[in-house]
Design a protein around this ligand. Sequence first.
Ligand code: GLU
Length: 472
Amino acid sequence: MKIDKENIVTRFPPSPTGTLHIGGARTALFNWLFSRHHHGRFILRIEDTDTARSTKENTETIIESLRWLGLDWDEGPYFQSQRSHVYNAACEKLLSGGKAYYCHCSPKELEEKRKDAIKRGLKPKYDGTCRDKNLGKAPGAVVRLKSPLIGSTTFKDLVKGTISIENEELDDLILQRSDGTFTYNFAVVVDDSEMGVTYVIRGDDHINNTPRQILIYKALGEPIPHYAHLPMILGPDKTPLSKRHGATSVLAFREMGFLPHALLNSLARLGWAHGDQEKFSIQELIDLFSLDRVGKSAGIFNMEKLLDLNAKYIREETEETLTDLVIPFLHKLGCEELKREMVTGAVRTLKARSKTLLEMAQKSLFYFQKITYEPEADEKFLVPESSELLEELLSVLRAAEVFTRDELERILAAFIETHGIKLGVVAQPLRVALTGTAVSPGIFEVMEVMGRDMVLTRLTKAIAHIKAKGNR
Ligand code: GLU
């Protein structure tokens, strides 16, 4: 594929009728990667002409999602709602050049024509009643494109190959509605040509619009951009990705504790591949990305793989960064006052055991909140037989000179040797006493992070708890 390297301009034009989903984010990413790879420009344009369904909140969420993913833009955001003057001028140009015309047919008449066509077994398209009448502006009138009646419209899609459609299949499509607003197909072409977009990379749900848009470019006398229509995204069950497959909105992934980098990797692999490689740095993605490698077959979004990738990225992050990232999750879980040092300690003990930041925060709650004993662990380990051991351990720990992991390990080793017991015999009750559960990170690490005061307090409480149980 020959790329006009001098002039690469891509765009991402979301409609703020919803939040940013996996599909939209993949489109944004591919446009971003393509422009970054070729040192081009990447434009953000908010297509908010559907005033009934577009909201400011959705716009903000989309922008926040892009920022979180790190997909920065060089121009924009432009808002279509603020650009009617540009569409008006382009529409006037087409009207005065005889490339578009006013149509006075009422919706009722159009509906009758439609029904009639269907009855006669024809394709229901506008029959051209007003096409050559040279009508003027009037209440209720729309502006239509004077599409060619013969010939065909062909384009070479960079992913799908050559696509051709007979012009007689295409309608005299409406450019401006009777309320003065402009249609998507018209606004998008006017904007793309005015903004100098040279590559239109978007989901293949738009492929049917492309021949129509090409006709508008031709009518305007503007150069036609290159097109790349991306394959659709399916869930692991091979049905179109939807809520049924779990979260699809980008910010939901942030809330679930994914790192943007992990999500970007999964998005990159939706339709694009570089061998079997699953993990890419951002720079690698930029360096390697090419439209040649976008396949025709659908991309499968696999949550399990994303989780595994996220776990890998978490393991690679520094404790400092993870501390910053996990604190907001802890706040959300109700841990208000946090000692940063303790959070970093908790992160250290949990970074190899957590697939998401949320999981890490949840698993670390025992460090920051009052614990309750898990009933099963309580029943099994906080029993009269361990109470004496724990009491002895308490006094040994109280006397410990330093409270470091190595020293604690040494103390415990001496302790079990003196008692002629296995480590588990004391370590499990100790674990339950400190964390409330029978599964936790290494007990010496946990004790080091908690510090002497917390360890002694929790141990004392557990001993009292065992005694109280015995008296019941
Ligand atoms: N606003 C359209 C959408 O969100 C953009 C389509 C296009 O890329 O032309 O689907």
